[in-house]
Structure formats: C-alpha cells, structure tokens
Design a protein around this ligand. Structure first.
Ligand code: R5P
Length: 299
C-alpha cells in the first residue's frame, strides 16, 4: 500500500495504515496553473494507492484540489497501481447539493461523477451530500467526523453540558454528541435567503444557562458569521464556559467584520476546536484514526 500526499496528515495516515508514504511535489506556475510530480513513481506498480488531497489555510484552493485529484488519478493509472482511492477530507463544491433556485447547478453531483469515474473509491468526511440517498455507493463514501469529536470530548468530563446547533442541518450530529457526553441539546433554526445570502435565526435570546457548559457544534465554518452570532447569543445566557467546535474550518474573509473567519472566531469562545479535515491553527481533533479504520476494513 502507498499513501501519496504532500503534508503531515498524509504521512500520519500512511503510518496508521502501515503503508509506505510517497511525497507529491507541487508548485504553481505564474499564470496560476498547478504542477504535480510524484517523487517515487516506480513504487506504485501493482500496489494499492491512496491519494490524499487536503486543503491547507494558505495553500491549494478548492479548484486546485479538484485539478490535483484528476491529474493524479490519470498518472497513477499510467503507473499501473493495482487500484486507487482518493481521500478528500474536505469535499470541494459540496455545499451546492440541491437545486434551491431553479436553474442552479448541483456542483457536488458533477464532482462525484467525475471523481468516481477515475478512482475505485472516493472517501470524504462529513460532506454536505452525506444525506443524499443513493449518492453514497460502493465508489463514493462519506464518514462522519462527529465520531472523532465524540472521542475527543469524552476525555473532557463534562457535567450536564448543553450542545447547541447554530444550524438545523447539524442537529442530528448535535443530538449524537450530546447523548455521548451526557448532555442536552438546543437547536437554533437558521434561515438563509437564497438570493441575498442573508441569515435569520428563530432564537434571539437563550434561556439562562448560568453555571453550565455550552458547546456550539456546526459542520462547517466558512466566513464565521453563523458561529460568531451563535457565540454572541450564548454569552448573554451567562454560561460558565462556551466551547465551539466545527468539523470543517475554512479560513475565509468575512466582509462584514473585515477579517478572516479564523481571526474572527478564535478568541470569541473560551475554547475553540476543529477537526483536521482542513489544516488550520485550531485543528486539534484528528480524523486520521477514523479514516484509517474505514480504509483498513473496506479497501
Ligand atoms: C450551513 O449549512 C453550515 O452548517 C454552516 O452553518 C454555514 O455554512 C456557516 O457559514 P458561515 O461561516 O459563512 O456563516
């Protein structure tokens, strides 16, 4: 088995799988195009290849991740690997998983079709289309990072914490997290205007949670607006401690606040945690064990 990648995450996954690590070098040409080179191409022949394409804060963007995934697939095939698995901890273009407004392109569907045509398996972590029936099949699989978060939080010994979803889409996972750590939940319903992007919430004031620990859990933080608002609300509820946790933490510029999301939210709660599906300074919950377990059993 060979794990191909260009970061510490891929090296650790190789260790987890007891596989050999082969580095992928990349650079960007002045015109914006990407270049890739597999450092030890001769090692791939007849072996299972796992390609890790992962987003880092200041490195490849979503478009670059797609290009990297497609280009490496063909190269690996040419090098006669036995079979190939693409590990995309953060699935690019997954947010548009439905035609909300007539005529909208459902980007994740096109992406899945393209990638599963080139790889024997495409593995993602908590992608938005996780919920779509029929989209998850023997060539496309999604693992839920809530399990890694539960494992991390179990070691923290909470006493009756309240777990809050700033977005109803996360509520199922919120229920699961709360149950696993002996807490209760409170879901805040958020509505997004699909034309303007403006968000409204059904809750403007929370009950008094004085002395309690509050955990705010969302699947994704992009501009940080949703989390920032939720943390602001919980502060008024007089909680003893406010902990925010997200699966995918993107570092995106927030126009309203004039700063990037990580800078906006990192000091807004008492503690901030994120998984390492994307590399950020706050990514202290690893999904590598979960990915490794799945791959050992299924590929
Ligand atoms: C929505 O479906 C997600 O669960 C997040 O709440 C949302 O994407 C966060 O976006 P932002 O950080 O830009 O408010």
């Amino acid at each position: 088995m060979i794990v191909l990648g260009r970061d510490l995450f891929s090296r650790k996954l190789a260790e987890e799988l007891k596989a050999e690590f082969v580095e992928v070098f990349h650079k960007k040409f002045p015109d914006g195009e990407y270049y890739f080179r597999i450092s030890e191409p001769d090692k791939l022949k007849g072996r299972k290849a796992f390609v890790v394409v992962r987003r880092t804060m200041n490195n490849l963007d979503q478009n670059g991740m797609i290009i990297e995934s497609l280009l490496l697939a063909d190269k690996i095939k040419g090098l006669e690997a036995e079979k190939s698995c693409l590990v995309l901890p953060y699935m690019p273009y997954a947010r548009q998983d439905k035609e909300f407004l007539k005529g909208e392109v459902v980007s994740v569907k096109t992406l899945r079709d393209m990638l599963t045509e080139k790889y024997d398996l495409v593995l993602n972590v908590t992608s938005h289309d996780l919920r779509k029936e029929g989209w998850i099949n023997e060539k496309a699989y999604n693992i839920d990072a809530t399990d890694s978060i539960i494992e991390f939080f179990r070691k923290m010994n909470f006493k009756d914490p309240i777990v809050i979803a700033p977005d109803m889409t996360a509520s199922e996972n919120v229920e699961r997290l709360a149950k696993a750590i002996g807490g209760n939940t409170l879901a805040v319903e958020k509505k997004r205007d699909y034309n303007t992007g403006h968000i409204t919430s059904n809750i403007t004031k929370l009950p008094n949670f004085s002395g309690q620990e509050l955990i705010i859990f969302d699947d994704i933080c992009s501009t940080g607006g949703t989390l920032y608002k939720a943390i602001g609300l919980t502060k008024k509820a007089k909680a003893r401690k406010i902990i925010a946790v997200v699966i995918h933490l993107l570092d995106v510029y927030n126009e309203k606040f004039g700063k990037n999301s990580v800078e906006l939210i990192e000091n807004s709660a008492d503690e901030f945690h994120a998984t390492d599906t994307i590399e950020t300074p706050l990514s202290d919950i690893s999904v590598i064990g979960q990915i490794g377990d799945f791959l050992k059993k299924n590929f």
